[in-house]
Design a protein around this ligand. Structure first.
Ligand code: ZN
Ligand code: ZN
Length: 230
């Protein structure tokens, strides 16, 4: 099966490792498929404005540079490691209340999507671009420095139909509610520093190309999770 990680940050947002070195870390560790998913933060409140000021967000004006650098790295990674890289972002809606906050991976994104758009508009645009929509860390987490993002879980009756898969595990956390609800799932590292490579991962039984990977996650057959340890 393909060893995959679909949730990886670099210095384009709040990750501590440069894109090129991140690619080499995953390539040397034997990964088959990764997605680079730097934050696109909502700029419509204080949190978002701070994130923008401190360059913790991909923005409309550097989105094309971000995507073309990922594509250049994708070519290099394919030749050097046989590793597939899919461009993505993490739409990051941060509010004071965890009940209002949500993070969403858009995998195989082609055009910029602002995080301040409403949910329906974001989901419809992502579908228009034939991108995958993944609900990130959708329930209570163990990370004391990171605030929870509960909006999509709280509003699952309304939004589940748009979501291709939910993170059933993120780094060290496992979200049993996703399994109880029988939602489609994947597992990711939420990589921000080198040691985060040791974390929950997705295994896929499909061909190593973007269309097959997306189809496999959407069908959610031949999907498994594994704890990748040193
Ligand atoms: Zn997140
Ligand atoms: Zn993240």
């Amino acid at each position: 099966m393909l060893l995959c990680d679909f949730h990886i940050h670099t210095k384009y947002s709040d990750g501590s490792v440069e894109l090129r070195r991140t690619v080499d870390l995953f390539g040397q560790a034997g990964f088959d498929v990764i997605s680079i998913t730097d934050h696109v933060v909502n700029g419509d409140n204080t949190f978002g404005k701070l994130a923008h000021r401190f360059k913790f967000s991909v923005k409309k004006d550097n989105f094309n540079k971000y995507i073309s650098e990922i594509n250049r790295e994708a070519e290099r990674a394919w030749e050097k490691y046989g590793m597939l890289i899919i461009p993505g972002v993490e739409i990051t809606k941060n509010y004071l209340s965890p009940d209002k906050s949500a993070h969403i991976l858009i995998i195989d994104i082609k055009e910029f999507i602002p995080a301040c758009w409403d949910y329906e508009k974001i989901f419809l645009e992502a579908k228009e671009q034939d991108a995958l929509i993944i609900a990130c860390h959708p329930h209570h987490t163990s990370d004391m420095t990171n605030r929870d993002t509960l909006f999509l879980w709280n509003n699952r009756e309304k939004y589940a139909r748009y979501i291709d898969a939910w993170e059933i595990a993120n780094r060290d956390d496992v979200f049993n509610v996703i399994s109880l609800k029988k939602y489609p799932y994947i597992a990711n590292s939420d990589f921000h520093r080198a040691r985060h490579i040791y974390s929950w991962k997705t295994l896929l039984d499909c061909e190593k190309n973007t269309e097959s990977v997306k189809q496999c996650i959407r069908n959610n057959r031949g999907v498994a999770i594994t704890l990748f340890r040193n």
